[in-house]
Design a protein around this ligand. Structure first.
Ligand code: NAG
Ligand code: NAG
Ligand code: NAG
Ligand code: NAG
Ligand code: NAG
Ligand code: NAG
Ligand code: NAG
Ligand code: NAG
Ligand code: NAG
Ligand code: NAG
Length: 297
């Protein structure tokens, strides 16, 4: 028995030495070190077990001891995101949503396999770092509900695999970047409730797969963007609570998939166009709080 215990201790000791030399484990422990963890969400994160078994950690099947997923949404963590996370070069999914993370988004430019980045509902400040351009496999970028500032960087236009771009409820300023039109497969663009100004870029009309375009609650101005009629896949268009004006288009071509259209709380004027009847699938149409006149067709 004693021999067995000694042997176990020995093996265990060897394993500990081996794993402590492990880059991914070091990065995870550095991440933990920077966190306050009042609910003990990272309680299993200690060297008595392989880090691949720690809560929220998923390792690769083909490359053992390489972390592919970190799933720690809604765990009550607070603190800054350690730049060491940028060393988890096999990471495909990083979900730290609904915690109390503060500070800035560290440069994650070595995460070339990253497909999902969900940091929704934290207290992140500062800008989107240009270095994110090297996360060229990103499919989903959700930074909603933070305090991020600055312009939405033009480099997002180079994230060519992006299907979902959610930046709602931040403090982003400047114009809607026309380069979003370069992301040909994008389906969801949600830039609502920021401080964006200027016109809706005509170039967005090339986005042949766009399903949701949400720009509510900014300071977007100009006339109703005719380029919208090019978006035949569009299901939800929310342009409400902006500074759009002038007459609504008199001719509404068929947007065969449009289900919900929000144009309320703007400065549109003139008649309600009868051709809105051409939006055959629509379930919600909100034109309230404008300067529309005349009769309801
Ligand atoms: C280490 O993690 C294990 C679960 O993996 C847990 O049972 C144990 O209490 C932890 N030890 C310490 C010292 O936190
Ligand atoms: C991230 O985690 C939260 C909470 O567990 C979950 O609701 C959300 O869907 C996850 N995000 C993604 C992109 O899977
Ligand atoms: C990991 O990242 C940190 C901070 O970005 C850096 O200082 C360190 O050299 C990197 N490499 C390793 C192997 O930890
Ligand atoms: C945001 O996160 C907090 C926990 O930090 C949670 O209670 C709340 O429901 C989350 N809100 C949303 C909209 O997900
Ligand atoms: C969030 O973090 C701040 C410090 O960054 C702390 O003062 C506050 O108590 C935390 N809130 C919660 C709900 O953990
Ligand atoms: C992106 O990766 C390239 C090639 O490794 C590197 O030269 C460049 O500095 C990186 N860009 C950023 C912003 O980190
Ligand atoms: C972030 O947005 C994506 C896409 O809409 C969604 O799947 C995910 O659940 C969101 N995250 C949270 C925490 O709501
Ligand atoms: C869009 O992508 C093309 C080809 O990659 C590039 O030449 C062009 O400059 C990009 N447009 C913008 C506005 O970035
Ligand atoms: C409208 O879509 C067609 C292809 O579907 C494209 O060739 C054209 O450039 C688009 N027009 C605008 C204004 O985006
Ligand atoms: C709907 O569009 C067609 C052409 O596609 C047009 O002939 C018709 O007048 C429009 N309907 C209304 C009510 O304007």
């Amino acid at each position: 028995m004693l021999v067995l215990v000694a042997l176990l201790l020995f093996c265990h000791g060897v394993d500990t030495i081996h794993t402590s030399a492990d880059g991914d484990m070091r990065s995870l422990l550095e991440f933990k070190k920077a966190m306050a963890d009042p609910h003990g969400a990272l309680g299993s994160w200690n060297v008595s077990t392989s880090f691949c078994q720690w809560a929220g950690v998923v390792c690769s099947r083909t490359h053992p001891r390489r972390v592919t997923k970190l799933d720690l949404g809604m765990q009550g963590l607070s603190g800054a995101i350690s730049p060491f996370l940028g060393n988890l070069t096999f990471l495909r999914e990083l979900n730290l949503s609904s915690n109390n993370l503060s500070g800035k988004l560290p440069p994650l430019n070595h995460l070339r396999k990253l497909e999902v980045l969900d940091l929704t509902n934290n207290s992140l400040h500062d800008t989107i770092p240009d270095a994110i351009v090297n996360c060229s496999m990103l499919r989903l970028l959700n930074l909603s509900r933070n305090y991020m500032v600055g312009e939405i960087p033009a480099i997002v236009g180079q994230l060519s695999h992006l299907k979902t771009l959610e930046l709602t409820l931040n403090h982003f300023t400047g114009a809607i970047p026309a380069v979003i039109s370069n992301i040909s497969n994008i389906r969801v663009v949600d830039l609502s409730f920021n401080r964006l100004r200027g016109n809706i870029p005509i170039a967005l009309g090339v986005l042949a797969n766009l399903e949701k375009l949400l720009l509510s609650g900014n300071s977007i101005s100009g006339a109703f963007p005719m380029t919208i009629f090019n978006l035949s896949t569009l299901e939800i268009l929310a342009l409400d609570s902006n500074m759009l004006g002038m007459a609504l288009p008199t001719f509404w071509s068929i947007l065969p998939n449009l289900l919900r259209l929000f144009l309320n709380d703007n400065m549109f004027e003139g008649p309600v166009p009868p051709s809105l009847a051409n939006l055959t699938e629509i379930t919600t149409l909100d034109l309230s709080f404008n300067n529309l006149q005349g009769r309801i067709p």
